[in-house]
Design a protein. Structure first.
Length: 168
């Protein structure tokens, strides 16, 4: 059996009550990524490079002292604002992981934004389970980041409307 037949994929879809552009921003700005993309809320995520254009570098270090540590490098393989963003993660022999791909697809729906995350190339079912649990935590944290961005967005819109004067 070839290695590609052994791999598995995690796919998660969630709908959030917030504009699509805020989700794209949360996925493509390293400062935001560092606050939500972690499999444990108490972990630290240091983003060294997050270049959100095709061919751009991805480099980060996620860790929780005494529990786990993961250093990741990769490159952006798709950037289609605000609809899609994808990157590959270089192989990590230390954990037996081949090159992996993470892709998000965003679409506007009546309730806000639908996000579909696909993490493919995982080497076995056990890792799929771990990754799925990690993404569940990360997406909960992402929701918090987008809520904060939404608050800032609403404040800016109100300030701009006030500055424009009556009738705007």
């Amino acid at each position: 059996m070839s290695p590609s037949n052994k791999s598995c994929t995690v796919q998660v879809t969630r709908v959030f009550d917030a504009p699509i552009d805020l989700f794209y921003r949360a996925w493509t700005e390293g400062a935001h990524v560092s606050s939500w993309m972690k499999c444990d809320p108490e972990a630290t995520m240091d983003v060294a490079k997050w270049e959100p254009h095709v061919g751009g570098a991805i480099e980060y270090h996620m860790f929780k002292p005494g529990v786990f540590e993961a250093r990741t490098t990769g490159k952006v393989i798709e950037a289609d604002p605000p609809r899609a963003f994808a990157y590959s993660m270089d192989a990590n022999p230390a954990i037996g992981a081949p090159e992996l791909t993470i892709r998000i697809a965003l679409s506007e729906v009546e309730a806000g934004t639908e996000l579909t995350l696909t993490h493919s190339g995982l080497p076995h079912d056990e890792m799929c389970g771990l990754v799925e649990g990690g993404w569940a935590v990360s997406l909960d944290l992402l929701k918090d980041v987008v809520v904060a961005l939404l608050g800032a967005y609403a404040s800016t819109r109100m300030a701009n409307k006030k500055d424009a004067g009556p009738g705007s």
